[in-house]
Design a binder for this molecule. Structure first.
Ligand SMILES: C[S@@+](CC[C@H](N)C(=O)[O-])C[C@H]1O[C@@H](n2cnc3c(N)ncnc32)[C@H](O)[C@@H]1O
Length: 296
């Protein structure tokens, strides 16, 4: 059994700390090294106040690997890209919910959907993107809203060239999205008639029906790196993902989204987020945290 050491997570081991019992040696410089790695690879800023969270989320990895200290873990993450990915996965927040920030879906239904359906009926390509999709709840909420409130309207979409890209850095949550199976209690987040039309019960919960699932493509994509995506989008949802990035990274992402949106296309961001940087001039506000790309 490992020695129990009395070190305040985030404080230098030598300082002794104020008494939080920790199983592994964890120094301020270990936290700083992990923060730097996570920032460099995922753009996520871990403020000093997150030190305890970092300890508790990563301690089980040290246990599983039989390591003695966070210094050893940092060394492992530096030499092993798979462990770096696992470390980032452990430290990202994947919280999401079906029909989260419901006013976005109301706006999409009232102002965007019919134009996209008309475009699809003209045999033009229609593309939507949920960037930072987590386990798929956001993209399926959008898909259900797009399919609509009766099967007849939805059947028009059947033969159309219409797809939704759902991307995230985290492979674990992408697998959940592809499985499209959720806990029974979450079904109440889905307003009727979407719930009855586009979901069905399973033994221990519910799943998204095939008509919605087949429109969605889940892909691993780090928003900080190049986006291997061709063509432009009619709609981009990037909600509650930029909040973890610094201003410079947000500005760069928003310029990328402006480039990837068609003129007149819509950008939906999280309720605590705002536009920053030069891309601000390329959008007009059309609702609460909803923006439309203006013609250049
Ligand atoms: C809090 S969830 C938001 C989910 C959904 N958009 C919503 O609003 O409910 C943030 C997601 O961003 C992803 N993420 C964080 N950094 C990322 C990056 N650099 N590239 C792509 N996705 C990232 C995380 O893995 C996580 O699933």
């Amino acid at each position: 059994m490992k020695n129990m050491r009395l070190i305040q997570a985030g404080e230098p081991a030598e300082a002794g700390g104020t008494g939080a019992a920790t199983e592994y040696a964890y120094r301020k410089q270990d936290f700083e090294a992990i923060s730097a790695l996570v920032y460099d690879h995922a753009g996520i800023t871990l403020a000093d106040g997150k030190s305890t969270m970092v300890y508790s989320r990563l301690a089980k990895k040290l246990r599983a690997k039989g390591l003695d200290s966070f210094a050893d873990y940092v060394a492992l993450v530096r030499r092993d890209p798979a462990e770096l990915a696992a470390c980032i996965e452990a430290l990202t927040t994947n919280h999401t919910r079906l029909f989260r920030e419901g006013h976005h879906f109301d706006h999409f239904h009232a102002h965007v959907r019919s134009g996209l359906l008309a475009k699809a009926m003209r045999r033009s390509k229609v593309r939507l993107w949920s960037a930072g999709c987590s386990s798929g709840e956001e993209v399926y909420s959008l898909t259900m809203t797009l399919l609509g409130r009766d099967r007849e309207a939805a059947s028009m979409i059947g033969g159309a060239d219409l797809l939704l890209l759902a991307s995230d850095i985290n492979e674990r949550v992408l697998a959940l999205g592809r499985a499209a199976q959720y806990r029974g209690g979450d079904v109440t987040d889905i307003p009727e008639p979407y719930r009855s039309l586009w979901t069905q019960r399973t033994a221990d919960g519910f799943e998204i029906r095939e008509e919605a699932r087949r429109l969605v493509r889940f892909r691993q994509l780090n928003l900080l790196h190049a986006w291997p995506i061709s063509g432009q989008f009619d709609v981009i949802f990037c909600r509650n993902t930029m909040i973890y990035f610094d201003e410079e990274t947000k500005a760069r992402l928003l310029s990328g989204f402006a480039d990837r949106l068609l003129s007149g296309g819509y950008l939906y961001i999280g309720h605590s987020e705002r536009l920053v940087g030069p891309a601000t001039a390329r959008f007009k506000s059309v609702g609460q945290t909803i923006y439309q790309k203006v013609a250049a």
